[in-house]
Design a protein around this ligand. Structure first.
Ligand code: UDP
Ligand code: MG
Length: 333
């Protein structure tokens, strides 16, 4: 229909992205970032103030206990654009992002970390791409440094694995730094599963998407809040909620053992028929090996089934993904 507003003599409403002045919600999950939160807020403001759009900052305090909440309250007192959601405890990054996205009402939502690793200088370009017609602008971390760290090696292996075994392609290095239009955000919000791997859920959705590479700076201060335990939980959420492949490992191993059994029956029957029964008795080692391997496989498979049953159990409970302790300014703003 072209970009003109007139059709059949009727004035059509302007699509949100054609507006010069968009309502943009920045969703920023924060967990114990007292050292950096004021500095990152100032950096984002510098970028936002230079743009013609209406910005709203939705900070989600994911149960911090280091004075972050006080700093955020100070920021909120001086800036009417700021909303602070306080979760009742630490629910984790993905749940905090979900809380912030649920509170977003703007034309465009941009999620970013509050530690300075998601450069706010990218925001104008992200908005420009949305205005060009994309529903999802997904940033991708580019590694310029070739050295290997534990985090890089494990994350490289994780993306290789998830893209092998799940039907949904997840971009390696995809960050939770992305812009979504209202439409895409409503799509994402309709997926209310408990185990959330947002990067996978977003790529599952489809929509017109574009990848924007960026170089990730170091944190302004503080340490990563992704402990090894949290990283493993995220990896498990991604693998078990996006793939049934682990269940097929058991099935394939079962079929292999079935085939081996047939071979053995033929072999033994052959010995019987040719009168070489004296060759049959020895073989304790091979017997034990087979028993151990088979029971190992059965136990691994039971473990996988256990994880899926656990995930199903948590889904059917329909627990909320997060609980709010408070929202500032109070409703009615
Ligand atoms: N974060 C959170 N809840 C958590 C862990 C992290 O809200 O349980 C926030 C954290 O404050 C930061 C963002 O999520 O703003 C990304 O976390 P982090 O920088 O620790 O992850 P990394 O960059 O090391 O992957
Ligand atoms: Mg970080």
């Amino acid at each position: 229909m072209g970009s003109g507003c007139e059709a059949h003599g009727k004035i059509l409403p302007m699509s949100p992205r054609q507006k010069n002045k968009l309502r943009i919600d920045l969703v920023i999950p924060i967990y114990n970032e007292a050292e950096v939160v004021a500095a990152t807020y100032a950096d984002i403001c510098r970028v936002a103030d230079a743009l013609p759009h209406d910005f709203r900052f939705i900070y989600v305090d994911d149960g911090s206990d280091d004075g972050t909440a006080d700093t955020l309250r100070g920021i909120l007192a001086n800036d009417r654009r700021v909303t602070l959601l306080q979760l009742s405890r630490n629910f984790g990054h993905q749940a905090a992002l979900t809380a912030g996205m649920d509170a977003s009402t703007g034309d465009v939502m941009i999620s970013m970390d509050g530690d300075g690793q998601h450069p706010p200088e990218m925001i104008p370009q992200m908005i420009a791409l949305i205005q060009q017609g994309f529903d999802i602008v997904q940033t991708q971390r580019i590694e310029e440094d070739r050295s290997m760290s534990f985090k890089k090696a494990t994350s490289g292996f994780f993306y290789w694995l998830i893209n092998r075994i799940s039907g949904t392609q997840v971009l390696p290095g995809a960050a939770d730094f992305r812009a979504l239009t209202r439409n895409a955000l409503d799509g994402l919000r309709s997926m209310n599963e408990y185990h959330r791997f947002l990067r996978g859920m977003i790529s599952w959705m489809g929509y017109a998407s574009i990848i924007l590479p960026y170089h990730e700076p170091d944190r302004l201060a503080g340490r990563s809040k992704y402990s090894l335990g949290k990283m493993l939980r995220l990896a498990s959420d991604a693998i078990f909620s996006f793939s049934l492949a682990p269940l097929y490992i058991g099935l394939s191993a079962g079929l292999l053992f079935f085939a081996l059994t047939i071979v053995q029956i033929i072999y033994v029957a052959n010995l019987w028929l040719s009168g070489k029964t004296d060759q049959i008795a020895p073989g304790w080692t091979s017997l034990m090996a087979i028993i151990l391997i088979a029971s190992g496989i059965i136990m691994i498979l039971l473990g996988f089934i256990g994880v899926y049953v656990g995930y199903i159990f948590q889904e059917v409970k329909r627990r909320p993904i997060y609980l709010l302790k408070g929202k500032l300014p109070n409703d009615g703003e």
